[in-house]
Design a protein around this ligand. Structure first.
Ligand code: ADP
Length: 506
């Protein structure tokens, strides 16, 4: 049994800085001012380890979105943002990254408290990666270039032209982000948009609004002018839907469920705003018996599914292990799962926190019940842990059939489905037999096989002998129903710029 470090007794000892911040986290950022929602309404954000309310945030809705979009439009069309040089813009973006690192401990504490993840993960993964997104994109601000073209224009013989393309910011951007990596998803969205010269209305997830609001303060401190970044907290069906549908928004960038992604596409159709989507996944993780070190692969597979409590769009939730090592791999992951210490994210010895919300707990346990009804075998876990907070035991399921919902659908919890395989070709077919295509992995020391499989996977990221390796310099996004477009790397700039062809008669 996993050990539960008594979340009921979780003593919340926050830094003074965060205690003070939480008291002022009830405003929206619109046009450089912290203001209450137009309706005066607020909504609660919870500590998922106990279900207790942390604080209440401003509940923005359509009217607040309208005000925020108007501020973003004004900031886009008129100075000072528009008049900054690329270098000046880059320096502001860089400064945001610096301030995040300066406040790394506070941000990590806030993230762990609001989201439920462990303080260690927040401090050593989420915060540094988020700061790096700004540092990385700051460099791009001065390197967003068009091209020149040697045009021939066959129907205008003898004419001469100088032809080029300009890359210009796409305009006012609506960004809607999820709760699994609240700060990191804000960074992945904001950093390229700002580097490109766009202005933004950001809608954080209602489950985890706190770090985005704190980031808003740091952005003002870094010198982001009024109206360039607006932050409207509130619910998806109201604030999020208004933002996605707004006629004066030029582009919407969304990370979240595939189901809501489809709603975003519909909402965007009104003014045909540009859309980029980073959606769900059901990623295959394949272990061959020839892997260099089976223990490393087993650790990798456990990390692939249990990292961030399985609340990762790239989670390696479908494990395929070659028949000869299948039992050993499953036993290895199960023994690791049983030792994981569940508890309050801010407690020192916690290794896995709660799921983010009551709704998510119901969703994950609903899948577990469905798996049991369908006749799958539970090697370990399969139930809620305790009766307070939103904990689920790390779970491994075997003896599944392809049609089962635990095999087909994204569960977004610490739940692994493991299947044996014996034939490479059949394995590839099964690994790709999903509507998603976000990530995939393979563990083998046969180099040719590694490359063969990496090419055969229909997924946006493939890890070979590793998992969960992310970097600001790597493009990230999905094939199939895992999304449209690539975030991070130089490719993200394409999402936030338009290309304009300019032809000058000579
Ligand atoms: P999950 O189902 O994992 O909670 P969602 O896809 O529902 O993830 O949420 C991701 C983000 O999308 C959140 O900020 C949420 O508020 C927002 N959202 C939810 N529904 C809508 C909607 N209909 N239109 C726009 N945004 C939405």
């Amino acid at each position: 049994m996993p050990t539960l470090t008594a979340p009921a007794d979780a003593k919340v000892q926050l830094t003074e800085a965060n205690k003070a911040f939480i008291k002022r986290a009830n405003k929206l950022l619109i046009d450089g001012q912290w203001v209450p929602s137009a309706s005066g309404k607020t909504f609660p954000t919870y500590n998922p380890a106990t279900g207790e309310v942390i604080t209440r945030c401003a509940e923005g809705d359509k009217e607040d979105i309208n005000r925020a979009v108007a501020a973003a439009r004004q900031a886009f069309e008129k100075g000072p943002w528009k008049d900054l040089t690329a270098s000046e813009r880059g320096r502001i973006v860089w400064k945001i990254g610096d301030l995040m690192l300066e406040h790394a401990d506070e941000l990590a504490e806030l993230e762990a408290y609001d989201n439920g993840k462990t303080r260690g993960v927040a401090r050593y993964v989420d915060v540094p990666l988020s700061a790096d997104a700004f540092h990385y994109m700051a460099g791009w601000a001065t390197k967003i270039c068009g091209q020149t073209f040697p045009i021939s224009v066959p129907y205008m013989p003898g004419s001469k032209f100088h032809a080029m393309s300009l890359r210009e910011p796409v305009g006012v951007v609506g960004q809607i982000i999820p709760w699994n990596f609240p700060l990191l998803m804000a960074a992945w969205k904001l950093a390229p948009a700002l580097a490109a010269g766009c202005t933004v209305v950001l809608k954080p997830a209602e489950q985890t609004p706190l770090t985005a609001l704190r980031l808003g303060e740091l952005m003002i401190e870094a010198g982001v002018p009024p109206g360039v970044v607006n932050i409207v907290t509130g619910y998806g069906e109201t604030a999020g839907a208004s933002l996605a549908a707004h006629d004066d928004v030029d582009k919407v960038a969304f990370t979240g469920s595939t189901e809501v992604g489809k709603l975003i596409v519909q909402a965007a159709a009104g003014n045909l705003k540009k859309v980029s989507l980073e959606l769900g996944g059901k990623s295959p993780n394949v272990i061959f018996k020839d892997t260099a070190d089976l223990e490393t692969a087993i650790n990798g597979a456990a990390n692939a599914v249990f990292f961030n409590h399985g609340q990762c769009c790239v989670a390696g939730t479908r494990l395929f292990a070659e028949k000869a090592v299948f039992d050993q791999v499953v036993d290895g992951i199960a023994s690791r799962a049983k030792k994981i210490k569940l508890g309050f994210g801010l407690d020192e010895d916690t290794q896995m926190g709660p799921l983010v919300s009551e709704e998510q707990l119901a969703r994950v346990t609903g899948y577990l019940e469905a798996g049991k009804r369908d006749g799958a075998e539970f090697v370990t876990g399969g139930v809620r842990h305790g009766d307070r907070g939103y904990f689920v035991e790390p779970t491994i399921i075997t003896n599944t059939k392809p049609h089962m919902s635990v095999v087909q659908e994204e569960i977004f919890g610490p739940v692994l489905v493991a299947e044996p395989f014996s034939d490479e070709e059949d394995l590839i077919r099964r690994a790709n037999d999903t509507t998603y295509g976000l990530a995939a992995a393979v563990w083998t020391k046969d180099t040719a096989r590694a490359h063969r499989i990496a090419k055969a996977y229909r997924a946006g990221t493939v890890w070979v002998n590793c998992y969960n390796v992310f970097d600001s310099a790597l493009p990230f996004g999905g094939y199939k129903q895992s999304g449209w477009g690539r975030e991070m790397s130089g490719e993200a700039l394409a999402l936030y710029t338009e290309s304009k062809a300019v032809i000058v008669a000579l």
